[in-house]
Design a binder for this molecule. Structure first.
Ligand code: UDX
Length: 477
């Protein structure tokens, strides 16, 4: 049956795996709700169009050709925000000239904050997509409000609690640090990323039941409707791949040959880089734990090496059939496999949510940004993972055994099973994510196609027929 499409929604993703994925999943959700979806993307990391035949794609000249963006610098991120302004503006102007007022709104990743400037100039409504947890944003904002209270800190304070940010410690500050402080340019960038400008709402890849108190506090700060509709990968109707790298599906056949609940999956996401010392310690920790493992060693993820050549000589032969190393895995399928018993993770938000959704307990080895925050919540609040206390082979071996073989490991597994049940409930017809999605669809459908000049955006939305999302959250938590 042909669906009569409602208005168009333009999506502007940030072109890195951990951000592109949730935006494309949001696109699938909005498409299933009757919107036409246009994805305006950078040339860098162009999504695979054939995986999403339902979307219209348009490429913007990002001006970053020939630059190594495998680990983007602050300068690269600012350049991206500057260079894409004119291409986005030109595209939107010609689209509006040709097709009139069909455009309902622009949804952009919070790192692509230039979109708000363009939307404001054209008087188009824009909505921010937060691809990480509410706890992370809350910790950033708390520190922005009084940076001198937190920065710089002493080495002796690393394990001390961060004031007002339980369970975080100074070593978990949610910014990259140099010599126990955060540079002004980094703070400025993070402020720009947290600011919503004149955007009219925020969509979250999180669950209201999981983060209700953080979401409420943030809503007091932002004063626009919030729509926590996660987990996006489960709410999306189509399971089409959003992978930038080629997935090695042979690891699923290897998993099929393993005993149920026996394998540790090891992956540090799409951006993290480790040194060869850490690779070697991890290799020995895995080997000595005697547990089967599936290990993703992404090309370029070991500084100074192409791929896995930094592994100890004869490592793969020594572990034999007990271990499998791939360059990139179909992670969601791996986590859902009955052979998987645990996940050794950097605690990127997507990996965190994907793991909880498949009731897989974690070993947390965070690096920077939101990862230390996620790791602390996983290990101290939700208690569904163990933090890795040192990057040493004996500690790694012991932590793996604790997760996979001990009574404590069984408790962690029980809690992650409960967490998964709560997420399943949130996605049911009367669940919070399901209801918030319905509210989001109504909200977007009722947006004025052009925002009136000089009208405060928040006021415009609150005076419409829509329930302000503060009420949405309070009434359901
Ligand atoms: C980055 C930051 O590191 C993270 O902290 C932030 O929350 C989002 O941006 P990334 O390193 O990519 O994310 O981690 P994560 O958020 O976990 O996303 C990685 C994605 O790649 C996941 O969706 C995962 O399923 C996928 N993946 C990873 C694969 O498909 N195959 C792999 O082998 C590894």
């Amino acid at each position: 049956m042909k669906i009569e499409r409602k208005q168009r929604v333009v999506l502007v993703p940030y072109p890195f795996q951990g951000h592109l994925t949730p935006m494309l999943q949001l696109g699938s959700i909005l498409h299933s709700q009757g919107f036409s979806v246009i994805v305006i993307h950078t040339e860098y990391n162009t999504p695979n169009y054939s995986n999403h035949p339902q979307f219209v794609f348009h490429s913007m000249d990002d001006g970053l050709q020939g630059i190594d963006l495998s680990f983007p610098s602050l300068e690269n991120m600012y350049d991206l925000n500057e260079n894409c302004k004119a291409p986005l503006r030109n595209y939107l102007v010609s689209m509006m000239e040709e097709e009139g007022d069909q455009l309902a709104c622009i949804v952009y990743d919070n790192v692509m904050f230039f979109v708000d400037d363009v939307a404001t100039q054209l008087k188009l409504p824009s909505i921010v997509l937060r691809t990480f947890s509410a706890a992370y944003l809350h910790s950033m904002i708390t520190i922005f409000q009084q940076p001198e209270k937190y920065l710089p800190f002493e080495d002796s304070q690393l394990l001390d609690p961060l004031p007002e940010l339980h369970p975080l410690r100074f070593k978990d500050v949610p910014f990259p640090t140099i010599k126990n402080t955060v540079s002004e340019p980094i703070l400025d960038f993070c402020r720009a990323m947290s600011d919503i400008g004149s955007s009219v709402a925020t969509i979250w890849n999180t669950m209201q039941d999981l983060e209700s108190s953080m979401l409420l506090r943030l809503q007091e700060h932002y004063k626009v409707p919030f729509f926590p509709i996660g987990p996006l990968h489960k709410m999306a109707p189509l399971a089409s791949s959003t992978s930038i790298l080629e997935e090695d599906n042979s690891c699923i056949e290897w998993l099929d040959r393993q005993a149920p609940n026996s394998v540790l999956y090891v992956s540090l996401g799409s951006l993290v880089r480790i040194d060869d010392k850490e690779l070697i310690e991890t290799a020995w920790g895995l080997a000595n734990s005697d547990q089967p493992f599936l290990w993703v060693i992404r090309p370029g993820s070991v500084s100074g090496f192409q791929c896995a050549e930094a592994l100890p000589d004869g490592f793969e032969k020594m572990v034999g059939e007990r271990g499998r190393i791939v360059k990139w895995a179909p992670q969601k399928q791996v986590l859902a496999h009955p052979a998987i018993a645990g996940f050794f993770t950097h605690c990127g938000w997507n990996s965190t949510v994907e793991s909880i959704c498949e009731q897989v307990p974690m070993i947390c080895r965070p690096f920077l940004g939101d990862q230390p925050v996620n790791a602390r919540y996983l290990s101290q609040i939700y208690k569904v993972g163990f933090e890795l206390e040192a990057i040493e082979r004996t500690v790694i071996e012991k932590t793996i055994r604790k997760l996979m073989l001990s009574e404590e490991g069984k408790d962690v597994k029980k809690r992650v099973v409960d967490m998964k049940q709560n997420i399943v409930a949130a996605m049911q017809i009367d669940g919070t994510s399901h209801k918030n999605l319905k509210d989001l669809v109504d909200f977007i459908s009722a947006l004025p196609s052009r925002l009136p000049p000089a009208t405060p955006v928040v006021g415009a939305i609150m005076s419409s027929n829509h329930t302000p999302s503060k009420c949405i959250i309070e009434s359901r938590s």
